[in-house]
Design a protein around this ligand. Sequence first.
Ligand code: TEU
Length: 544
Amino acid sequence: MDFSNKVVYEIYPKSFQDSNHDGVGDLRGVIQRLDYLAELGVDYLWLTPFFVSPQRDNGYDVADYCRVDPRFGTMADLEELVEQAGRRGMGLMLDMVFNHTSTQHRWFQKARAGDPVYQDYYIFRSGEKLPTNWVSKFGGPAWKYVPELGKWYLHLFDETQADLNWNNPRVREELKNVLRFWKGKGIQGFRFDVVNLISKPDVLEDDQEGDGRRFYTDGPHVHEFLQELVRDAGIGDMITVGEMSSTSLENCLQYSGAGTGELSMCFNFHHLKVDYRDGDKWSLMPPDRAALLRLFDTWQIKMQEGNGWNAVFWCNHDQPRVVSRLGDDSVYREVSAKMLATCIHLLRGTPYIYQGEELGMTNAGFTSIDQYRDVESRNYYQILLDAGKTPAEALDILAARSRDNARTPMQWDAGENAGFTDGEPWIPVQSNYREINAEAALRQPDSVFHYYQALIRLRKELPVIQEGDISFLYPDQSDVFAYRRTLDGEEVLVFCNLLSKERSLPLTGCYEKRLGNYPDIQWDGQTVTLRPYEAVVLTAVSNL
Ligand code: TEU
């Protein structure tokens, strides 16, 4: 299946739209906003988990894969959402968290009660001391002791997220049934959470070189497991995207390659680590833009050569807002948000937009630990303090890196709580909502919203954007993201100035402007000059 002409929009339901005054977004809230999404022009709505969950990790701790959490609504609401989205030409993608379940899940509860059948659903090890030195992605050891069993269980994330044992065929059958169930409800696709971590080796050992990830990342049977899941659940024709943590290019070619029977595409995060000092998310560093460009170049070219397919994106519910991170969220907010959108949307791959990105929403601007809700952020605040940081230093790090930067309520209008709720929002609203909101953006013809809309239209209009080959231009320029797409004599050129400094580049040929974030273009036929954060999209004019 080819998803090259599609665009996906990610919704974090908890922060999207509240319809029942409890301060938490819900499914009926999403229904209320479908016209807005249809106007933007997206094809699929990926909803992050709304299944029954104790919400330790905002739904990524699933206690029942086949029921809607009452906080988010009912199954009838979900069915209506599928139907109403379908009427507007949009399909739903659900988020399958299959690496782990909540410890509140029935399976784990039975395991904890001593049932050996269910203990084999998870990764338990006996003994007095930690089975391995592996570290949880949310900080601390990756094992939790259950005194009544005298056993430890593995949790790569929070201690309430117990890793499933995919080596057990019964586990794999259970998960196929979950997919069959949702397929039966008219769901059009799936996003698989950290799916390249599902296969652990049979023998688990200490990692002398790192935190354990090298043993389970793109693990021993991951490709077989995915092929079996996709085949047996009958989802091979649906849109499927895997979230790949610390993956490799070779593995992504296999996950997303044409004819491998695995997924339609994958997310990788290498380009979102170029501001991590020594790979450490909690150690701040200005973005290394040269490294960013090299990564895009390598991944785009190698995925093209090997017939793989990328999901292309800057933002999701785990990442800081891109305009704050790589753009300028003050003077050049709109212009830099449009430039960053241009970089991504014309690449070879299927673009993903995260709620609010199309408005140029910024980081949260939190200044007190009380404003944070995220389990990872709260854990790391403590870890940073324990490591000797002052509270002010730790807060500065969270302000740049916390996942809550993406989770502040969607800014709909200039009214109370940005139109998100008339209750008390579960997480504070970013205070710039009076200026940055959907209502204002819809009114303003040259808003960030309308620019995203134009990018989506352009993808649909030009097969060269969907299927064309890509090559990168001006490799010696570390602050200009520029590439060429070509297909059957059609050609598109994309120029993005990543900084506020003007630059001039040589450009000759016959081109016309298709889109840009400045009203005109500075090109004399020999040299194109890019103003601060300028993006220009040109198409070749045939001289026949
Ligand atoms: O995230 C996987 C993941 O490893 C990260 O994006 C994580 O948030 C980051 O590395 C921590 O620094 C997925 C989900 O997107 C995330 O929301 C969940 O918390 C996580 O899996 C566990 O299910």
